[in-house]
Design a binder for this molecule. Structure first.
Ligand SMILES: Cc1ncc(C[n+]2csc(CCOP(=O)(O)OP(=O)(O)O)c2C)c(N)n1
Ligand SMILES: [Mg+2]
Length: 325
């Protein structure tokens, strides 16, 4: 498959970004087991790297991303510096939000990743607001909103989609369907398992694809982003994948079927893309080893940076607050 622009250089970059996200989160799995090393829940996108990288790589730098609680992959793919991201996850003063957001409220406005909302179903209305601003200012940019299959059942998501379609706002709604919403699986929280079918009800195009195939995600996103950018209004993409760990690292996930997990592990997006690149002779074993070592060093440097950084000073606690009086 060669979508427009999906050349060897870009494919290598896509693979490298997926490895970075995988290694970054593998490190967080280890840190979460060490008392007080990282603060708060660690909610990971392990196994969902193809969604983050496939979508974000198909965007332009000025496009806005609004994300949810499972945001590390989205932010790294958008270009967040792993050092400052890791420091924030460790709640250090050098973090992207000066240590006041932690893992669940990350925002990196410099790269147009304006918000991580942990309120399930809140990212779509926030994204509609950002897209309204883009339309109002006649900007050529679009807004991409990530939300989960569980979030798709929230009333706020319905309102956001209806308004976006009505006002023809440049929003790409990306439902990252990982089959789980906390401890509930998809058939337990929705009668209609193909979330993309809802697009028709809002009067917008919809597209569903294999979320473990990074090139399929990239290719569809390119097409759909073009639709949004050309003033034709929003699109709903349903990217089908699987949550490979518990809801967060605190979750022993006794409720998950081990056979099903194993089947999805065999469809690991990083491994399958690696096989494809190897079969097409684009990268060799030596290249893969170099990429692994390079990204491991990036993650190690990020952890050292976080470890060496101070916590925010008590006297700064009330700085950077917005007060509506
Ligand atoms: C309004 C609201 N309700 C409930 C929660 C608790 N909660 C956090 S994540 C989550 C599951 C969300 O599932 P999904 O949208 O599929 O995202 P995923 O975790 O699978 O990425 C729930 C119920 C919350 N944060 N906000
Ligand atoms: Mg889910």
């Amino acid at each position: 498959m060669t979508a427009e622009g999906l050349n060897s250089q870009l494919r290598r970059e896509i693979y490298t970004d997926m490895v970075l996200i995988r290694k970054f989160e593998e490190k967080l799995i280890a840190l979460a087991r060490e008392k007080a090393r990282v603060v708060g829940m660690q909610i990971l996108s392990y196994g969902q790297e193809a969604v983050a990288v496939g979508v974000v790589k198909a965007l332009k730098p000025d496009d806005v991303v609004v994300t949810n609680h499972r945001s590390h992959g989205h932010l790294l793919a958008k270009g967040a510096d792993p050092k400052f991201l890791m420091a924030e996850i460790m709640c250090k003063a050098t973090g992207v939000n000066k240590g006041k957001a932690g893992t669940l409220h990350l925002a990196v406005p410099e790269i147009n990743a304006i918000m991580t909302s942990t309120i399930v179903g809140a990212s779509p209305p926030l994204g509609v607001g950002a897209a309204f601003a883009q339309q109002y200012r006649n900007l050529p940019d679009i807004t991409v909103v990530f939300f989960g299959d569980g979030a798709a059942a929230e009333g706020s998501v319905h309102e956001a989609m209806n308004l976006a379609a009505l006002w023809k706002l440049p929003v790409l709604f990306v439902c990252e369907n990982n089959y789980w919403a906390g401890a509930q699986c998809l058939p337990e929280h929705s009668c209609v398992e193909e979330i993309v079918r809802r697009a028709d009800a809002y009067g917008m195009p919809g597209a569903a694809m294999d979320g473990n195939d990074v090139e399929a995600v990239y290719k569809t996103t390119r097409e759909m982003a073009e639709h949004c950018r050309s003033g034709k209004g929003p699109v709903l993409m349903e990217v089908r994948t699987y949550r490979m760990r518990g809801h967060g690292e605190h979750d022993p996930c006794h409720y998950m079927d081990q056979v099903e997990l194993q089947q999805w592990a065999e469809r690991c997006p990083v491994k399958s893309f690696r096989h494809r690149l190897m079969n097409e002779n684009l990268l060799t074993d030596k290249d893969f080893a170099a990429i692994d070592a390079e990204q491991e060093a990036v993650v190690e440097a990020a952890v050292t940076f976080g470890d060496d950084s101070p916590f925010p000073a008590a006297e700064d606690a009330l700085m950077d607050l917005w007060i509506n009086s």
